[in-house]
Design a protein around this ligand. Structure first.
Ligand code: NAI
Length: 334
């Protein structure tokens, strides 16, 4: 069974590992801001490396010393690499790699670039992954509430022989092991597969399942507003997700009526068969052999034509206008 760490015997051992080390958080966005604030509140010496943009202003306002990326890397021992995955390779090759000190540590929050070999730190660098299963603000919110959160973690390269201790110490400083949190020992490969296949299977298909439902019930004379409230705008979906987290996927059914339980259990599985799993296996294969990553790199280099087109298609669907109208009445949205 996978090793899951929920507490350590003696935190001081891990804190000692980080004593006197300077940490550079590269990128001050979703993850960067929360991780930097959590580690600073845990007593670590944190600076921020960022280009001159609005994120730099936020970091400065939060009281961090902010430097250019190269400069921040050059004076630090541990580098948290928290800029978007798609720009990481260029920035790493040009601004990070030339400035890394021998024996320093690079921390990734996703497996993508290291697993595919787009980023290859030298052999004298420790490489670790701490990939939160949590959006950025959630990580800060949990820390302030004294609650932990789950991360998938791995050691990619252990030049110093101390990478595991460093990783554990950093998790503690990030607040991972506060109440109900866990370090799930994983790998860069596993994290990449789980993350991308989520996006490319159940998370993506739920959007189009909702849209199909909308099309069918409005064909049958239901109002667009009632349909959108039924699916997600009421917030019931968030409550169900919370119950799944707290009591389990099928166990949460006990909070639904018997009619609902019967309908979900008998009809739900009609939509999912061997063909769905075959499609999942096919997309998993393309993730593991790098086909998807090459497709995505090519898409970025050729002006994101498919991304823009599919986003435009989604926005021009009648459901989008109905949602906009409803959210205006409910005083929600941008
Ligand atoms: P983000 O999109 O919030 O990053 C913004 C930051 O990146 C800003 O500081 C910006 O100045 C910097 N940046 C953007 N383009 C840049 C460039 N070309 N050169 C230098 N700096 C640039 O990124 P986010 O979402 O925090 O993701 C960071 C890492 O965390 C990624 O590896 C991602 O996969 C991972 N992750 C993100 C999660 C999330 O909640 N968004 C959840 C778990 C992991």
């Amino acid at each position: 069974m996978t090793e899951i760490i929920t507490r350590v015997e003696d935190e001081s051992v891990y804190r000692a590992q980080l004593s006197g080390k300077k940490i550079a958080v590269i990128g001050y966005g979703n993850q960067g801001r929360s991780q930097a604030l959590n580690m600073r509140d845990s007593g670590l010496d944190v600076i921020v490396g960022n280009p001159r943009d609005s994120y730099l202003k936020t970091a400065t306002e939060d009281g961090f010393q902010v430097k250019g990326i190269s400069e921040a890397v050059a004076e630090s021992d541990i580098i948290f690499y928290l800029i978007p995955d798609e720009v990481q390779k260029d920035v790493f090759d040009n601004q990070i790699a030339p400035n890394l000190k021998k024996g320093s540590t690079v921390v990734f929050a996703s497996g993508y670039n290291y697993f595919y070999g787009y980023i290859k730190p030298d052999d004298d660098i420790d490489v670790i992954m701490i990939a939160p299963r949590m959006i950025g603000w959630g990580l800060r919110d949990m820390y302030l509430k004294d609650q932990g959160f789950p991360v998938l973690a791995a050691v990619g390269s252990d030049h110093t022989g101390k990478a595991l201790e460093t990783m554990t110490g950093l998790c503690i400083a990030l607040g991972v092991l506060k109440k109900s949190g866990s370090i799930v020992m994983s790998s860069f490969k596993e994290e990449t597969l789980l993350d991308l296949l989520t996006e490319q299977s159940w998370a993506g298909s739920i959007l189009y399942t909702f849209r199909a439902y909308y099309e069918v019930v409005t064909e049958l004379g239901c109002s667009p507003e009632a349909a959108i409230l039924e699916m997600y705008a009421s917030g019931e979906l968030a409550e169900i997700a919370d119950s799944m987290k707290n009591i389990g996927l099928f166990r949460q059914l006990r909070t639904h009526s018997h009619t609902s339980q019967y309908g979900q259990l008998t009809r739900g599985q009609e939509y999912i068969g061997e063909a769905t799993k075959e499609l999942m296996r096919k997309n998993a294969g393309k993730i593991l052999d790098g086909t998807f990553a090459r497709e995505w790199t090519n898409e970025q280099q050729t002006g994101q034509v498919v991304l823009n087109r599919t986003m435009q298609e989604a926005k021009s669907h009648p459901m989008e206008a109905a949602e906009h109208k409803l959210y205006k009445i409910l005083q929600r949205g941008e």
